[in-house]
Design a protein around this ligand. Structure first.
Ligand code: UGA
Length: 439
């Protein structure tokens, strides 16, 4: 079988992981991006993003993976072009497709006599049809032809390489037998089952999946809030629910809500789309609302102990929206630190990877600490916002030793209650009983 020549437009975490994995299985891959510094870094053997396993995969695939700023160089000989550019949120919540169409137009100019254009970016249902029509107009009279495929990604930041190498399924929306054959060849050497369907259904699978997971989180958080009130323990409740295979035990971790570049954006985009078509999905709307309140729920708890935060020293452990990434997009840390600073608190933060990114928002307003004990020093209160391994493995005695008043508000349920009860501290988490007594 002839090696497939693939171009990947966009070298963010989705495009880059896609390019690296497809090169890893033997295809000839060229990544194209408009960001000069990124392309320079990649061509000199560096990896511009923090993603476990990616630097190694890039290194290993160097013989058949290159990067360029030039669409012609990438697309002229390509059999398949993946579009993996961002689709940021517009002010009204809808997805902004300007980068997708800008990229598609460059592909139309640069491509050879025929190719398959695969939309990997998360796009509203019907976008594949629009791209197909747009390309037909651009290519009219040139004798060149193109087929558009929808192939949404299901990569989680922090495990993206593994997620693509061992995907539970690959969703492929095609409108022709030829596109189906080409896509089957692209994925032939990966072990995952390929689920073929029509293009619009494939686009819907992506939104429906992300929104379902966001709903699951919002639901468990609401149940946790009720557990707080009624004396049940959310960890046990989630364990009991998760043991039912119809429910499943994933995405039932209660906490201070979801963040990141996907769930917040995709819930708003589906809400916008459904409302636009006069079919508002009420469950999704509820998840958006629940999550907004959940993200700042520790502040409400903090007010039970301190009517105002003026002059308090507050330690914040974890800034990234989840462990394993330095990404701060929609991270609860941004909302919480903004409220604390506005209320006059002295904020000391620690995160193993995300502090440099946080400095873009707060260059001097908070104290950046190199270790957890340093962040906790003389603190009146500690907020745990990300369940980093260093936080999970921390000896709770450190809170007592370091803090002026050991009040720990844990937004990620990092510690066993029995263990915390052995220490002279007050510990509140989400949907579990409070340990220790308030002053
Ligand atoms: C998510 C999906 O999991 C991927 O399948 C999808 O491809 C990706 O979005 C995307 O659309 O590109 P990601 O945003 O990287 O991936 O992160 P997740 O691991 O899904 O976590 C999202 C948020 O949910 C985090 O803030 C996490 O802390 C929170 N979460 C997750 C919970 O609060 N509880 C849980 O039980 C699970």
């Amino acid at each position: 079988m002839r090696t497939i020549r693939i171009a990947v437009a966009g070298t963010g975490y989705v495009g880059l992981v896609t390019a690296a994995v497809l090169a890893h299985v033997g295809h000839d891959v060229v990544g194209v991006d408009v960001d000069e510094e990124r392309v320079r870094t990649l061509n000199s053997g560096g990896c511009p993003i923090f993603e476990p396993g990616l630097p190694e995969l890039l290194e290993e695939s160097r013989d058949n993976l290159t990067f360029t700023l030039d669409y012609r160089e990438a697309c002229a000989d390509a059999d398949v072009v993946f579009i993996a550019v961002p689709t940021p949120e517009r002010v009204d919540g809808s997805a902004n497709l300007k980068y997708v169409f800008a990229s598609v137009e460059q592909v139309a100019e640069a491509m050879g006599s025929s190719c398959v254009v695969v939309v990997k970016s998360t796009v509203p249902i019907g976008t594949g049809d629009r791209v197909q029509r747009h390309l037909a107009t651009l290519l009219a009279g040139t004798g060149r032809e193109v087929e558009v495929v929808a192939n949404p990604e299901f990569l989680s930041q922090g495990t993206a390489v593994k997620d693509m190498l061992h995907a539970s399924r690959v969703i492929i929306g095609v409108e022709s037998e030829r596109a189906r054959e080409v896509m089957a060849r692209v994925y032939a050497d990966l072990p995952s089952p390929l689920l073929f369907m029509e293009r619009r259904s494939a686009e819907m699978v992506k939104y429906a999946s992300n929104n379902f997971l966001a709903l699951k989180i919002a639901y468990i958080n609401e149940i946790a809030n009720l557990c707080d009130l009624l004396g049940a323990d959310i960890d046990d409740v989630a364990r009991g629910m998760g043991a039912d295979p119809r429910i499943g035990d994933k995405f039932l971790r209660a906490g201070i809500g979801y963040g990141g570049s996907c769930f917040p954006k995709d819930t708003k985009a589906l809400h916008w789309l459904s409302s636009f078509h006069d079919r508002e999905i009420k469950t999704v709307k509820a998840a958006i609302e629940v999550n907004a309140v959940q993200k700042i729920s520790l502040i409400k708890r903090a007010h039970r102990y301190h009517s105002d935060f003026e002059g308090l020293t507050v330690a914040v452990l974890g800034l990234a929206f989840k462990p394993g990434t330095d990404d701060l997009r929609e991270a609860p840390s941004l909302d919480n630190v903004a409220i604390l600073l506005d209320a006059g608190a002295d904020v000391r933060v620690w995160d193993p990877y995300a502090m440099d990114n946080f400095k873009r928002f707060y260059p001097d307003e908070v104290t950046y600490c190199a270790s957890i004990p340093e962040a906790l020093a003389d603190a009146d209160m500690c907020l745990i916002l990300t369940e980093w391994p260093d936080v999970l493995s921390l000896d709770p005695a450190v809170f007592v030793e370091q803090m002026r008043h050991p009040l720990v508000l844990d937004g990620r349920n990092c510690y066993a209650l029995d263990e915390m009860a052995r220490h002279a501290l007050v510990y509140e988490s989400i949907g579990r009983r409070t340990v220790g007594t308030a002053r």
